[in-house]
Design a protein around this ligand. Structure first.
Ligand code: CP
Length: 360
């Protein structure tokens, strides 16, 4: 057998070492079931992380963990339902994980992957497109580079829409995937009171005012301030450009302690979680921010620290970290399927098919 044949026959192993049902199973066991908050999501839009509170998030994590640890749980609750997957901006993870989630739940999908293939190329308004969506599907997932697009559609919609990233505004379901990853890493952070010595320090390499993933993540972290000792923003932007007017104050009112620093290596040894992102939608194109803020295998990471990255990856995150225990970013991308399954099931009022709960 040649060395290439041997390589192809090797059993395939995930690089991050966190795959498997043990962690989601432990999370599902750790969180008591309470279907009430999920019932409130039925037939509603998901536009902003601000719509969510801690109890709803905890129940979404629990349901996601059930989906991840018990594939046989699925009774294809969305059979006969149609998802309109409308992505007017490139995406790998969000579109495919939403579509994977919907397929796993038994639904059918209509997918738009290029605005030029729709009436938008002929100047059709978003309001008219929304009216058509009402007739053709049961739920819409929308990705747009325009912050206003999802809001422009709301008035005309009679079916739920989920914001899958709108310009530099928000990406609420990415933030849910981020917190779901943290919940599998340390379930005790999401169980109520957290002892002072268990609280974590999170470093966020990014710009809250210009990155939708960071904006939504901070809002959801604000639902669990008792678990977080401090959030350290690592950014080399000008001091007054890191936050929009009122953004920092809103997070501090939620109970988060925030600090902004410009250099990464001096704070890295104190961080339990390092969240890194570089891509921001600026004006009419993607830009990579954070020049010089890089993570590599040689970075002074704390032992046991985990790295999260919403991806797509740029030079900021070296591939030599992929096969280290710090790599939780692949688990984060994988878990996005299950948290989106939990959310979609709740929106389409089919949680009764997977939980012991009568439909409302
Ligand atoms: N995390 C994320 O939004 O990735 P995509 O752009 O590939 O969807």
């Amino acid at each position: 057998m040649t060395s290439q044949q041997k390589q192809l026959r090797r059993p395939l192993q995930p690089k991050d070492g966190t795959a498997g049902i043990e962690r989601p199973k432990a999370l599902a066991d750790a969180l008591p079931e309470n279907p009430e908050p999920l019932l409130t999501l039925a037939a509603g839009h998901v536009v902003s992380a601000r719509q969510f509170d801690r109890e709803t998030l905890v129940q979404l994590f629990r349901l996601a963990a059930q989906f991840e640890s018990t594939p046989a749980l699925m009774h294809l609750p969305l059979t006969g339902k149609i998802l309109i997957s409308a992505f007017y901006e490139p995406s790998t993870r969000t579109r495919l994980s939403f579509e994977s989630a919907w397929h796993r739940l038994g639904g059918a999908i209509m997918s738009i992957t290029d605005a030029k293939s729709t009436g938008m190329a002929k100047g059709e308004s978003l309001a008219d497109i929304a009216e058509m969506f009402n007739n053709y599907g049961d739920v819409i997932v929308l990705r747009s580079s325009e912050g206003h697009a999802v809001y422009d559609m709301l008035d005309g919609l009679r079916i739920p829409i989920v914001n899958a990233g709108n310009g530099i505004d928000e990406h609420p379901t990415q933030a849910m995937a981020d917190l779901y990853t943290l919940a599998k890493w340390r379930p005790e952070l999401f169980q109520g009171e957290v002892a002072p010595e268990q609280r974590i320090r999170i470093g966020i390499i990014g710009v809250p005012s210009r990155m939708r993933t960071v904006r939504s993540l901070l809002l959801l972290l604000g639902c669990f301030p008792e678990a977080i000792r401090e959030v350290v923003i690592i950014s080399n932007e000008n001091e007054n450009e890191n936050f929009d007017a009122g953004q920092r104050e809103e997070l501090e009112r939620a109970g988060l302690t925030l600090r902004v620093v410009h250099e990464l290596d001096p704070v890295l040894p104190d961080l339990d979680v390092v969240y890194i992102n570089a891509i921001a939608w600026v004006g009419d194109s993607f830009e990579s921010l954070g020049a010089g803020l890089h993570l590599t295998r040689n970075s002074p990471l704390k032992e046991g620290a985990i790295i999260l990255h919403p991806l797509a990856r740029g030079v900021e995150l070296a591939t030599d970290l992929d096969d280290t225990p710090h790599n939780w970013y692949f688990a984060q991308a994988r878990g996005a399927v299950f948290i989106r399954m939990a959310l979609l099931t709740s929106i389409v009022r089919r949680i009764s098919a997977v939980m012991d709960t009568p439909e409302q």
